[in-house]
Ligand binder design. Structure first.
Ligand code: SF4
Length: 204
């Protein structure tokens, strides 16, 4: 049963309610897992993806499947460093299932995205991360209002007191990186993430 407080004073109480959220199922959407959430352990950066995959849905931990391995390889991070650095969240937090035609995972509908934005808004208010890494086009549209990867990869954005760096999605479905013209933008984006992560270590 979904429970949403009128306000939250701690990430612990927010996560407790988020973990039992069934808002999309209650609205009739065919989600196929319970919410996937990372534990909060003082991470100062926020990683914002699209939605969990099937592996994440089973383990109930973000970035556990092949896309997560690719993402860590891109960033040059081992698992421990990755999860110590980033609090991982996504536009929607339950595995949306596959599209009926079999062409990969279903993109969450606009209504599901809206239902799940409640959790993101409270997370950002409570955590106030210095760095937000936005992964993929849908996450970029939802959080930064970006229109396309072409216009945004390789750039920094300000979100309140945070710096945000978009990167492409590491799933095999994304073809954006296949274009050689995008490789330089991608390398610049990864460099920006490293710069901003390094700043976290020295900022108060
Ligand atoms: S996707 Fe988000 S809003 Fe929908 S049921 Fe899962 S946690 Fe709740």
């Amino acid at each position: 049963m979904t429970r949403r407080g009128s306000s939250y004073r701690s990430i612990t109480s927010l996560q407790r309610d988020n973990k039992s959220c069934r808002a999309c199922a209650e609205a009739g959407f065919p989600i196929e897992s319970l919410p996937v959430a990372a534990g909060y352990a003082g991470q100062r950066a926020y990683m914002f993806g699209q939605a969990p995959g099937v592996v994440e849905g089973v383990e109930r931990r973000p970035w556990r499947g092949r896309a997560g391995q690719t993402l860590r390889r891109w960033l040059g991070m081992e698992e421990a460093e990755f999860y110590d650095t980033f609090y991982c969240a996504s536009v929607t937090r339950c595995y949306p299932g596959r599209v009926r035609s079999g062409g990969g995972d279903r993109t969450p509908t606009a209504r599901e995205q809206e239902l799940c934005s409640f959790w993101r808004q409270w997370e950002l208010a409570l955590l106030r991360p210095r760095l937000i890494v936005v992964v993929g086009g849908l996450a970029g549209r939802r959080l930064l209002g970006l229109r396309s990867l072409d216009e945004s990869i390789g750039r920094r954005f300000e979100v309140g007191d945070s710096v945000s760096v978009p990167i492409p999605h590491p799933s095999g479905v994304s073809r954006w990186l296949n274009d050689p013209a995008n490789q330089a933008k991608f390398r610049k984006a990864v460099g920006l993430v490293h710069e901003e992560v390094a700043k976290l270590a020295t900022s108060p």
